[in-house]
Design a protein around this ligand. Sequence first.
Ligand SMILES: Cc1cc2nc3c(=O)[nH]c(=O)nc-3n(C[C@H](O)[C@H](O)[C@H](O)COP(=O)(O)OP(=O)(O)OC[C@H]3O[C@@H](n4cnc5c(N)ncnc54)[C@H](O)[C@@H]3O)c2cc1C
Length: 402
Amino acid sequence: MARALIIGGSLGGLFAGLLLRQAGWDVTVFERSSGDLASRGVGIGTHVELFAVMRRLGIAVDQSIGVPTGARICLGRDGAVIARLPFEKILTSWALFYRALRRHLPDACYRAGMQLEDVAQDAGAVSAIFAGGTRVEGDLLVGADGLHSSVRARVFPANPAPRYAGYVAWRGAIEEATVPPAGRELRESYTFFLPPREMVLSYWQPGADDDARPGRRRLNWIWYHPVHARELAALCTDAAGRHHAAGIPPPLIRPDVIAAFRAEARALLPPQYVAVTEATPAPFFQPIFDLESTCLAAGRVALTGDAAFVARPHVGAGVSKAALNAAWLTDALAAAPGNIDAALSAYERQARAFGTALVARARYLGAYLEDPPRAGLAPDPIPVMQAIGAPLREIPELAGTF
Ligand SMILES: Cc1cc2nc3c(=O)[nH]c(=O)nc-3n(C[C@H](O)[C@H](O)[C@H](O)COP(=O)(O)OP(=O)(O)OC[C@H]3O[C@@H](n4cnc5c(N)ncnc54)[C@H](O)[C@@H]3O)c2cc1C
């Protein structure tokens, strides 16, 4: 049986591992973290294409998969509703998807605490070399190791590096029971607040134990906020003076940075969002990047998910992209049995066309948030509410790419 080594045990790695296993590959997923990944408690928007891959894996997609919303509203600075739009969407959580996928992969196929350090390959095999010196050989290696991919750095050194977009996403989620009375007005809708050069949004996601029922949910909020590149280094420096170039882990964000965030929230946001951000014990931020790989396949190695392309989150399709990449890779390998070169070339063509178009779309949606802003989507309530997380089939840039 042909052996696939998957580097990265997050959603992209799990999709690749499960689909290849279903297609008859002997699969091992290697994840550098030894902690519980399901504690990454953020909300995610979904697309029908993502659910199609879940169904292909035999994972039930029913009402427990997330929280449906039928409307979007936009608030003014005083908290009044200034625009409303019908919009069907299912919002869910990263943790729910992680658990649903992880349950389907036998423990013997998932090795935590394995940090890839190097990759070696020749015509007959590919080897993954891990910290501590462990070496594992296979027929195929999939780099599903995210934005700062070691596989990309080792095997594709000529690929462009991630490019900081000029803004960060401040984020948090609170249990429904702890949402203060002012915040309860955010209710069932997917809510926006769009002051000049900023974007704030919130939606309900499943809560603890993946419970999506009213009363048990979490309110997830995101605030896209311009931060000039020269200020980002200071934000990403911890109290011990250590700079975290790849993004600062949330517990290390300095108290003065969080205090400044809270002061800005009080000065700028409507009462609903002031209440909700105040009730969030540990808000954190993630710098936003663009990444466009020019090369996704070399010999027996392929890149998928965020290791290959990172589109700003406004399309809400990072997880869908990781799932589609895994499906296209599996299908290309099945269509060219015994011919990895042909299979990976076919995969690369499809994934590159889609990824390039997705990054372009997301840059257009986020152009007005950059510092300095660029021309792109008009930052008015109706165009923004129509465009953010729109169905993939309705996005002109993606036409013909999937
Ligand atoms: C603010 C924000 C909002 C978002 N909203 C949405 C949304 O609504 N919908 C959506 O679909 N997407 C959204 N995304 C994007 C989405 O989270 C990512 O696209 C998706 O998680 C990428 O999955 P991945 O498996 O490719 O990479 P990752 O989730 O980054 O996983 C990479 C894994 O590889 C591991 N790893 C890294 N290096 C090594 C190594 N050397 N050896 C072994 N393992 C390694 C890491 O520990 C990690 O577990 C959002 C992103 C942000 C920043």
